[in-house]
Write a protein that binds this ligand. Structure first.
Ligand SMILES: [Mg+2]
Length: 424
């Protein structure tokens, strides 16, 4: 492999230079510049923060159990001190190395406002050996931080940068009902109790896990529907089933009035999605393991997916999620992002949904849904001075600049496992 197109790591890309409006170091932009004053803000510093919280009670799903919560945050600081924050969904240690060792040296000195240009610089830099996977997950956190930074520099929220908000409030569905290490009959009772607690908190929709084993899954689906006859429900197997199993469970979900069947099949067997959909009426949702417009083009063109679920902290970031949404829109498919992690990703997903056009358009459009993970996570709940506000199951779209959430860096210290810093 020849790296014949590398640009020097700290030199600007050869591009037209916009008019400079550089603020003194440490001073923050306080008013929105006019179009003609669009600032160039070179990247001065990139930090990563690997954060970890230990769980009192492990919980699991069809693939593994969690006993800790981890996240990788990206902090990008421009020459005027404006700072953007982003999050990558996946293995924090690996992301930390990918960002600090590979991408950060190529981004220092570049114009932080040029989110799409920088996305494609990162894409071409790693395309030859990583068309996706953890390198794309690392890019996602960087891209999210750049959107936050650009919004702060321009005094606009990310949803405004994305084209404006169709809604200011978004109903959430509660993600929970994970498996715990206990007898199955006790587990079902525990899951039903947990579901009732979400109803009492005001949620009108929730999502359960399936894929433990078929007898358990069927008992769980029927028990929770009996307990909560009016709740909107979805089910997620995290790619646990083969095709005959998925058909069987899908029919049970239909009989119990579930709204979508998430990741019924492995993402490796794209052709099976169409075969499954031909057997079922329930909509098929998937995509949290998929990345980029190219990956989603292959997945959605099977005709077996009704709801696309990119994760903004993994699919390529907000920049790529917009392209995925445009692709899905051209096929008449709506996007309901997967959302896991902390308030950074939740804020990104909230802005993304708020700015999304629903296909097909109509005056009385169905409400979009925001995934709101309710499993224990101090990294989400304790580290933000300004979080995404969710009350009675309804999220307020943040109106502050950028992502509109504010990290408490003092509280962050006690959860920090490893921090890196690279300066221009
Ligand atoms: Mg899922």
């Amino acid at each position: 492999m020849e790296n014949h197109e590398w640009y020097p790591a700290t030199s600007p890309l050869p591009m037209a230079t916009p008019s400079r409006r550089v603020l003194p170091r440490g001073e923050t932009q306080t008013k929105s510049p006019s179009i003609n004053e669009s600032p160039r803000m070179n990247i001065r510093c990139i930090r990563t923060h690997h954060l970890r919280d230990h769980l009192d009670v492990p919980f699991g799903f069809s693939q593994w159990y969690y006993n800790t919560r981890n996240t990788l945050w990206v902090e990008i600081i421009a020459e005027d001190g404006t700072t953007g924050w982003g999050e990558s969904y996946g293995p924090s240690e690996v992301y930390q190395a990918a960002i600090n060792s590979f991408y950060a040296p190529r981004l220092l000195g570049q114009n932080a406002m040029a989110t799409d240009v920088l996305w494609h610089l990162m894409w071409r830099s790693s395309l030859d050996f990583a068309r996706g996977g953890v390198m794309m997950g690392a890019m996602s956190g960087i891209d999210m931080a750049l959107w936050d930074l650009r919004g702060k520099a321009l005094g606009q929220s990310v949803s405004e940068l994305m084209g404006g908000r169709y809604v200011d409030q978004i109903p959430c569905y509660a993600t929970g009902m994970y498996f715990k290490d206990m007898p199955e009959s006790d587990l079902i009772a525990s899951i039903v109790d947990e579901a009732r607690s979400y109803q009492q908190q005001g949620f009108q929709a929730l999502k359960i896990k399936v894929g433990k084993n078929l007898p358990f899954d069927i008992r769980q689906i029927e028990s929770i529907r009996d307990a909560l006859p009016n709740m909107q429900m979805m089910a997620d197997s995290n790619h646990a089933f083969d095709l005959p199993e998925a058909i069987q469970i899908g029919r049970v979900l239909e009989e119990n009035d579930f709204s979508w069947f998430e990741e019924p099949l492995s993402p490796e067997f794209e052709g099976q999605f169409r075969q499954l959909q031909d057997k079922l009426d329930i909509p098929i949702a998937t995509g949290e393991c998929e990345q980029t417009r190219y990956g989603f083009q292959r997945l959605l063109s099977t005709g077996g997916v009704q709801i696309a679920q990119p994760d903004l902290a993994y699919c390529g970031g907000p920049s790529e999620a917009l392209k995925i949404r445009n692709l899905a829109s051209s096929m008449g498919i709506n996007v309901v992002p997967h959302c896991w992690g902390t308030m950074l990703n939740l804020a990104a997903a909230t802005h993304f949904i708020a700015s999304g056009y629903r296909e097909p358009g109509r005056k009385e459009v169905a409400s979009p849904l925001l995934e709101f993970d309710r499993t224990p996570n101090a990294l989400r709940d304790e580290l933000f001075d300004i979080p995404v506000v969710v009350q009675n199951g309804i999220a307020q779209v943040p109106t502050g600049p950028g992502l509109g959430v504010v990290v408490n860096q003092e509280k962050m210290k006690s959860f920090t496992v490893q921090q890196t810093e690279l300066k221009a």
